[in-house]
Design a binder for this molecule. Structure first.
Ligand SMILES: [Zn+2]
Length: 336
C-alpha cells in the first residue's frame, strides 16, 4: 500500500491550503537529510517528522537537495570539541563509503518506486511530485577528484567540499590550520564545473570558501549556513565570504540550525534573510532548512517542519517566489 497521498487527498489538501489563503506555492530547499534520517529509523516517506515526502507533496512544486551523509556517529574526545563548537550536544563521527552507497541506493529506491523524482537535468525540476537533487555532504569518502565522474553517473548533482572535518581536498570550518583548497581540491572544483555539479561551501573554512569562489566558473552555494553579523557562530559566514559567494552569482541557503540563529524561531531565519537581501541583494537569498538533521527537542519556534515554509513565504511577502524558487532555480539552471 502506498503511503503517499492519493490524488484525491492531494486535491483536498491543496483546496484546504487555498481556503486558508495560501496560494499554491513552490519552493526549493537546499538541504535536507533524507537518507541519514531513514537510516536512523525515521519514516521520511509517510511520517509526521520534520520533513517527509508526504508533507512535501502538499506543495505544488518542490525541489529538495537530498543529502548523502556518509558519516556514522560514535563517542570519543572529538565529540566534546564538536559540542563546544556548535554549543549544542554533538557526537564525533567516522566516515564510511558503504554509507555513501547505501544513501544512493536509498534515493534510487525512492525514484524506482515512484515516491520521488531525482533531478538529473533541468527538465526534472518542474512537475508534480517531490523532486530530489542528490548532494554529497563532504568529500571525506572520495579518494580522487575523478570520483566525481561515477557519482555524476549515479545521479549526484551537488558536492559539499567538507563536513565537520578537514579532507584531502579542502579545510573545514573547524580546521585548526585553514589551508583552503588543496591542489586536488582545485582539480575537484574544475571537474565539478566541467560536469555541471553544484559546489557547496556550507561547513567549509573561510579560505576554502574564498578559494572555491575564485576558482569556480559557475555559481557557488552555501546550502545551509547563516550570517556572522546576525549571530556570531563558527558555522556562520562573514561579509567577505558572503561577498565571494555573491560574486559567483551564487546563493546562501538560510538555515534553521538552532545555535546559528539569533533567536530560535522563524524571526531568526528572517533576520538572516533580510541581512543578505539588504546588504548583497535579494537575488542571493535562498532557503536550506537542514530539516531531518535538527535535534527534535530544539526546533525553531514557528518553523518546526516543512509545512511552516508557508508561514515563511507569507512573511517574505512579494519576495517569496524569488527567494524560495527563482534564485535557487537560477543556480541549478547555470549547471544542468
Ligand atoms: Zn550540514
Amino acid at each position: 500500500m502506498s503511503v503517499l497521498p492519493s490524488t484525491k487527498e492531494l486535491r483536498e489538501k491543496r483546496a484546504y491550503l487555498s481556503a486558508m489563503q495560501f496560494p499554491p506555492m513552490r519552493f526549493v530547499d537546499l538541504h535536507q537529510d533524507f537518507a541519514f534520517s531513514s537510516f536512523a529509523g525515521r519514516d521520511v516517506i509517510g511520517g509526521n517528522v520534520q520533513s517527509s515526502l508526504k508533507s512535501l507533496s502538499s506543495f505544488q512544486e518542490v525541489v529538495v537537495f537530498g543529502s548523502l551523509f556518509p558519516h556514522v556517529y560514535t563517542d570519543d574526545e572529538r565529540g566534546e570539541a564538536l559540542t563546544a563548537f556548535y554549543t549544542t550536544p554533538n557526537q564525533a563521527t567516522f566516515s564510511s563509503a558503504d554509507l555513501l552507497w547505501a544513501g544512493i541506493r536509498f534515493y534510487l529506491y525512492l525514484e524506482r518506486s515512484g515516491k520521488a523524482c531525482l533531478v538529473r537535468s533541468l527538465s526534472d525540476v518542474n512537475g508534480d511530485g517531490v523532486r530530489i537533487l542528490l548532494s554529497l555532504e563532504g568529500t571525506d569518502v572520495l579518494r580522487d577528484p575523478l570520483d566525481l565522474y561515477p557519482l555524476w553517473e549515479l545521479g549526484v548533482r551537488a558536492v559539499g567540499l567538507t563536513w565537520n572535518y578537514d579532507t584531502k581536498f579542502a579545510a573545514s570550518r573547524r580546521s585548526k590550520r585553514d589551508y583552503g583548497l588543496t591542489g586536488e581540491g582545485e582539480e575537484l572544483v574544475k571537474i565539478a564545473n566541467g560536469l555541471g555539479m553544484i559546489l557547496d561551501v556550507a561547513h567549509s573554512s573561510k579560505k576554502t570558501v574564498i578559494d572555491v569562489c575564485s576558482a569556480s566558473k559557475r555559481p557557488v552555494i552555501a546550502s545551509h549556513a547563516n550570517v556572522s553579523k546576525v549571530k556570531e557562530h563558527g558555522r556562520n559566514l562573514d561579509d567577505e565570504e558572503l561577498e565571494a559567494i555573491v560574486k559567483t552569482d551564487g546563493v546562501v541557503g538560510i538555515t534553521a540550525i538552532p545555535p546559528t540563529l539569533p533567536t530560535n524561531d522563524l524571526r531568526g531565519l528572517l533576520e538572516n534573510m533580510n541581512y543578505v537581501g539588504e546588504t548583497f541583494g535579494w537575488r542571493h537569498v535562498a532557503l536550506g532548512t537542514d530539516f531531518l538533521g535538527i535535534r527534535e527537542e530544539n526546533l525553531p519556534q514557528g518553523f518546526e517542519d516543512v509545512s511552516k515554509v508557508v508561514d515563511l513565504a507569507r512573511e517574505l511577502e512579494g519576495r517569496a517566489e524569488q527567494v524560495l524558487w527563482e534564485n535557487p532555480i537560477r543556480v541549478i539552471r547555470a549547471h544542468l
